[in-house]
Design a protein around this ligand. Structure first.
Ligand code: 3HC
Length: 313
């Protein structure tokens, strides 16, 4: 083990109990993915959202994704495959009651809307109900972990960490473990053990905008959009170039559409305005093309159209 991760070995993890019970707040694609993967690796999971409808959507997403995994796991036996899916789903308890949902959690992972005020209020509510020693984690992709935790008490701030998953969660192996200024080494060690327990590989990093992956990915996406704006090449050719010339699984426009153009705009606008050390950085300056697509509601795969048209697929 090298680098930052080296400083947080399992010796520190021994100080506190390992994470068993996981509560995920937010049943969208990321939250459902985190709940699914945790349950796949035998953690009892509680999934909290504000409405039964949102929980049902999360369950539907997990069911479909698990069916894909099960088909590969038990290719010869659809009945056993279905039993496996049912067993994993059976470890996930859905609820709309946050206080009840966090009451026994060893780890609470938040995966809700990217709004600092909403997240701060949610963590206030989580802190009111979760055991004092619980690890509290945010799956934020662009907001500072330290700011999300700033209104919590000292112990809670030490127990707060970033756990940043990637889409599609069941398939992507990485989880960034983000250490804010006040995050304790014990918390980082417990988070690392949890990440490994769900079959993922952790990368530890400091609490700076975009952490590692998005800090590199967003300039790449924005530069691709600017190539298009300067009419250097068509989107399809830029995508082909990066897939076949650089070995990326998706080209930048396929990836933008997959992540969501509103998400990308939200992140770069936020960093350009007040991202620590990034204010006014031209890498994140607004793009007319991106702004127009978002204003027209062309948000990518989820809306049926972004840089590409998905409505006929
Ligand atoms: N659930 C379970 N398994 C899934 C899945 C899902 N939702 N989606 C894909 N898979 C599995 C498939 O079953 C398949 O498994 P196999 O190789 O064992 O057969 C494998 O993933 C590949 O899927 P497909 O064959 O259907 O399609 P592709 O080969 O085109 O791969 C992809 C799809 C995995 C999405 C691939 O294109 C990829 O890796 N793209 C890049 C994704 C990426 O960069 N994600 C990060 C985005 S940034 C982010 O999330 C951060 C946020 O903060 C913005």
């Amino acid at each position: 083990m090298t680098g930052v991760a080296h400083r947080f070995t399992s010796a520190a993890a021994a100080q506190s109990a390992a994470i068993k019970r996981v509560t995920v707040v937010g049943g969208g694609q990321m939250g459902a993915g985190i709940a699914q993967v945790s349950a796949t690796f035998e953690h009892p999971v509680t999934l909290v959202d504000v409405s039964q409808e949102a929980l049902d959507r999360g369950k539907q997403y997990m069911g479909k994704s698990l069916a894909r995994v099960a088909k590969k796991k038990y290719p010869e036996d659809p009945k056993v495959a279905q039993e496996w899916v049912d067993a994993v789903l059976g470890r996930i308890e859905p609820t709309t009651n946050l206080a009840e949902g966090v009451r026994k959690a060893d780890l609470v992972v938040e995966a809700i809307v990217e709004n600092i005020g909403v997240k701060q209020r949610l963590f206030g509510d989580i802190a009111a109900g979760a055991p004092e020693q619980s690890v509290l984690a945010s799956n934020t992709s662009s907001l500072p972990i330290g700011r999300i935790a700033e209104q919590l008490n000292g112990t809670r701030r030490q127990n707060m960490v970033g756990l940043h998953f990637f889409n599609p969660v069941p398939q992507m192996k990485l989880v960034e473990v983000v250490k804010a200024n006040e995050t304790s080494e014990d918390t980082v060690a417990r988070a690392l053990e949890f990440v490994k327990s769900i079959g993922k590989a952790p990368a530890v990093c400091k609490d700076t905008p975009g952490f590692i992956v998005n800090r590199l990915l967003l300039p790449y996406m924005m530069e691709a959009i600017r190539l298009l704006e300067r009419d250097v090449a068509e989107a399809r050719d830029i995508d082909t170039a990066m897939k076949l010339g650089a070995g990326y699984p998706m080209g930048p426009f396929e990836l933008c559409d997959y992540v969501g153009l509103d998400t990308i705009k939200f992140i770069v606008d936020g960093w350009y305005k007040d991202g620590e050390g990034l204010q006014g950085n031209n890498l994140f300056a607004a793009s007319k093309k991106l702004d127009e697509l978002v204003a027209a509601g062309h948000l990518g795969v989820k809306s049926g159209r972004g840089f590409y048209d998905y409505s006929k697929k």
